[in-house]
Design a protein around this ligand. Structure first.
Ligand code: 5GP
Ligand code: ZN
Length: 110
């Protein structure tokens, strides 16, 4: 089982800030900003390349909830990042979206 599946099943502890039947959001272990949340589908999807019509509802659901989760952390301005694959720096092969904010964010790539 991958590390995020272990977190979803409760085998690895995490600081959860939101959970429902389709997703969980928890604090990143190594935050890069005052708010750094990982939003993760409860279905294991390796990466963005594997999003298809059978599982895109998880992605849609996460994006429906991100604003609410950000607000619960006291922010309305934030960056959402997904790393897909090794060149992009993906280290956990379970699709996730970084929700980052709580300060003026650094230089943008785009
Ligand atoms: P990636 O580099 O794959 O886009 O992001 C993986 C993120 O997962 C990293 O920011 C890393 O700090 C975080 N992470 C890795 N293992 C754990 C863990 O066991 N618990 C938590 N809360 N975050 C983790
Ligand atoms: Zn997984």
């Amino acid at each position: 089982m991958c590390v995020f599946c272990e977190i979803i099943s409760g085998n690895i502890p995490s600081t959860k800030v939101y959970e429902d039947d389709m997703m969980v959001a928890f604090k990143d272990l190594n935050p890069v900003a005052p708010v750094h949340i990982l939003a993760v589908p409860k279905e294991h999807i390796d990466c963005a390349n594997d999003i298809d019509s059978s599982n895109s509802k998880y992605v849609a659901h996460i994006f429906e909830k991100l604003g609410e989760i950000a607000k619960s952390q006291g922010i309305e301005s934030y960056r959402i990042i997904n790393n897909c694959g090794s060149d992009a720096g993906q280290t956990v092969m379970h699709l996730h979206f970084h929700l980052i904010g709580g300060c003026e964010l650094g230089e943008k790539l785009i």
